[in-house]
Ligand binder design. Structure first.
Ligand SMILES: Cc1cc2nc3c(=O)[nH]c(=O)nc-3n(C[C@H](O)[C@H](O)[C@H](O)COP(=O)(O)O)c2cc1C
Length: 150
């Protein structure tokens, strides 16, 4: 089974809960998944031939949660070029903000810039629409699984 790295950025815990839910489901399905805690991210540089799922809320005005910023800057500044990295981004946000899912957009752009392949378009989960973002993420994961196997 493919190696799947899961990275999350959260302020109030929702994105972390979504990441834990996705991680548990992947383990149940037999994937070799790793859920990276923010403090471990100094040791994680994305590599080729892996799957990466980044799950992040947006804070401020379209900003990344603080815990994700050093890793984001590291990926951006290291000069990585990873055409064989497969990535997907789940953005948690609130559509009442002008900068709806701004952090998710930044992450999607970052991985496109380093040449990685998007398994799926940015998937947005709107706090105005659901109180259970993990259920949206599990539905998304069903589709992700089909794309990865196909
Ligand atoms: C101070 C603050 C600023 C926010 N800024 C944005 C924003 O710019 N864009 C957006 O889409 N959502 C924004 N949100 C909404 C959060 O991203 C959303 O509620 C998300 O589900 C929180 O997830 P978390 O618990 O993982 O932090 C903001 C929320 C707060 C409290």
């Amino acid at each position: 089974m493919v190696k799947v790295n899961i990275v999350f950025g959260t302020v109030y815990g929702s994105a972390q809960f979504v990441a834990e839910t996705v991680y548990e489901k992947l383990i149940e399905q037999g994937y070799d998944a790793k859920l990276w805690q923010p403090e471990e991210l100094v040791d994680y540089t994305p590599a080729a031939n892996q799957q990466l799922i980044v799950i992040s809320s947006t804070t401020g005005q379209g900003d990344l949660p603080d815990g994700l910023v050093p890793w984001f800057e590291m990926v951006r500044s290291t000069g990585l070029y990873l055409p064989d990295l497969h990535f997907s981004v789940i953005g948690l946000g609130d559509s009442s903000y002008e900068t709806y899912c701004g952090a998710g957009e930044q992450l999607q752009s970052l991985f496109e810039e380093i040449g990685a392949q998007a398994v799926k378009e940015l998937f947005r989960i709107d706090a105005c629409e659901t109180m259970e973002p993990e259920l949206e993420a599990l539905n998304w994961l069903d589709e992700w699984t089909k794309s990865v196997i196909a």
